[in-house]
Ligand binder design. Sequence first.
Ligand SMILES: [Ca+2]
Ligand SMILES: [Ca+2]
Length: 115
Amino acid sequence: MTTNYRLELDHVHCDKLQDTIGPDELQVIVDGTVIFGGNAGGRIGKGDVVYLTGRTALFASTVQVQLVEVDAGSNNEDLGSIAVDGPTDLGQGLQHREFTRNHAGYRLAYEVVAA
Ligand SMILES: [Ca+2]
Ligand SMILES: [Ca+2]
């Protein structure tokens, strides 16, 4: 695969928890691979910012980013997915996208640079 772009995650901000009794256990998944949170998810409270510096992924033209909220012993919640488009976001600095499925509210900041 030709890798023209590098996705550099910057941070994720929690505006609204998915779980009724917090904190949430968050996973950041890039093209099907968990790159933050591991199997159990990373704990994040309302109003928290989690820095994702150093978490990157190479891609050819578009890459899928999904947030998932992990619940032990039951189904995890899909908080939504975005398609990051390399040509659109290249060199545009920090981009902010919202994830609002399943009553949650998260904002993800990332940047696309040339690989
Ligand atoms: Ca949940
Ligand atoms: Ca949970």
